[in-house]
Write a new protein. Structure first.
Length: 217
């Protein structure tokens, strides 16, 4: 029955009772007691509000009394809703504080259960040998034999990186590639930025200390 109620039957869930569907219990067909209680409370509130309006507005028309009653009911229901929300906030705050207190108590208990680590007596220890760190060799671009053509598509990412590192260290590597394979291939291998940089420094005479920054006539 619970599986049928939860999945098989369409329900208009207006009540906290899971078996309730528009005021009727699905498993027995009887009236839902929670809905009856809620309706009785609403009727009592409306009667109380109507009585208060009749006392405060004895000469008002029926429409005016009905509007005043509805307004007063709305104010009461709103106030009750805010009161319930405030109570729930206090309950949640108390639950959070209790949870934090339990966590602190558990942490303190765990700390007390850890045995103390015995302290070894001071003793003279022999000095440890100092490790000698040998720097790793810097990567160099993969050299290509004079008789072997360089195919960019066959290069791995590590080989491309090595070529570019070599070009950054020595711009002559870039110019040698340009002389052999052309500038387009060099820009694909070394990047446009590196080729432009090498050409710029070459024009300024920074590639070779024997060059000058001006041209003779």
């Amino acid at each position: 029955m619970r599986c049928l109620i939860g999945r098989g039957l369409p329900q208009l869930q207006l009540c906290a009772e899971l078996r309730c569907d528009e005021g009727t219990l699905l498993d027995s067909g009887r009236d839902c007691p929670r809905c009856e209680t809620r309706q009785a409370d609403r009727r009592a509130q409306r009667h109380a509000a109507a009585a208060a309006v009749d006392a405060a507005m004895p000469g008002a028309s029926e429409d005016e009394r009905r509007a005043a009653t509805d307004r007063q009911l709305h104010e009461r229901v709103t106030a009750q809703g805010w009161a319930r929300e405030h109570e729930w906030e206090q309950v949640r705050a108390q639950q959070a504080a209790a949870k934090a207190h339990r966590a602190e108590a558990a942490a303190a208990q765990s700390a007390d259960d850890v045995p103390a680590v015995p302290v070894a007596p001071d003793a003279m220890t022999a000095p440890r040998p100092t490790a000698v760190i040998v720097p790793a060799p810097e990567p160099e671009p993969a050299n290509v034999d004079d008789d072997q053509e360089l195919v960019l598509e066959d290069l791995t990412s590590d080989q491309v990186r090595d070529w570019r590192v070599g070009g950054l260290k020595d711009h002559q590597v870039v110019f040698d590639h340009i002389d052999r394979y052309g500038e387009t291939s060099a820009r694909r291998l070394f990047s446009n930025q590196l080729v432009n940089q090498a050409q710029h420094y070459a024009r300024l005479g920074h590639l070779d200390l024997g060059y000058t920054t001006w041209e003779q006539a």
